[in-house]
Design a protein. Structure first.
Length: 195
């Protein structure tokens, strides 16, 4: 069978969006499943080409429509943006990590998932040997799970993250993944420079 073309995929998604009725959508999805089921990679490659050709911003509508159909599970992770919000509480004198929190969202349909690691609630294995800070390995694990395999389609976001959070975490031995960084402090200075 020939590969699924970008044009064919665009046409299918447009028909699903047209709202012709559930019987039509059921037949169309049944056809798509027959075409794609033997090789979901064709569908994934076509979606990747759409995003590459049109850009992520212009592809949002197509991706959102596909996510709402039974084709959703076949959408490759690397075309969906993931946003990881990060916040830390660092002891001012010792530099130890007292609290670490992340919220992860795909930015589309899912609700964010939260992970908070607090010193007073952390298990012994999540603390430093003296018990006065969070173990860098525990924080690295949480951050690694939050970012996952997304790489280029993941953004790490935080307020003053570039000047404070990331250097403080690195100083404690936390491995910071290679992803794009968005510092909301810098954004706030652009939007309200006199503040």
């Amino acid at each position: 069978m020939r590969s699924l073309s970008v044009y064919t995929l665009r046409t299918i998604l447009a028909q699903l969006k047209s709202g012709r009725g559930s019987a039509f959508e059921t037949r169309l999805l049944s056809f798509v499943h027959k075409v794609i089921a033997p090789n979901p990679g064709q569908f994934q490659d076509a979606l990747r080409r759409i995003v590459a050709e049109d850009g992520w911003y212009a592809s949002q509508r197509i991706l959102q429509e596909a996510l709402r159909t039974p084709l959703g599970p076949w959408i490759p992770d690397d075309v969906l943006p993931q946003i990881v919000f990060l916040d830390t509480e660092i002891h001012p004198r010792t530099g130890r990590i007292l609290e670490f929190a992340v919220a992860v969202t795909s930015g589309f349909l899912d609700e964010p998932t939260y992970t908070v690691l607090e010193l007073d609630k952390a298990s012994a294995g999540q603390r430093t040997p003296d018990g006065r800070g969070l173990a860098p390995a525990s924080v690295t694990n949480i951050l690694k799970q939050a970012v996952g395999r997304r790489g280029a389609s993941c953004w790490l976001v935080g307020h003053n993250i570039e000047a404070f959070d990331l250097p403080a975490l690195k100083d404690q031995g936390v491995a910071i993944p290679e992803v794009s960084i968005i510092d909301t402090l810098e954004l706030s200075l652009v939007t309200e420079p006199m503040r």
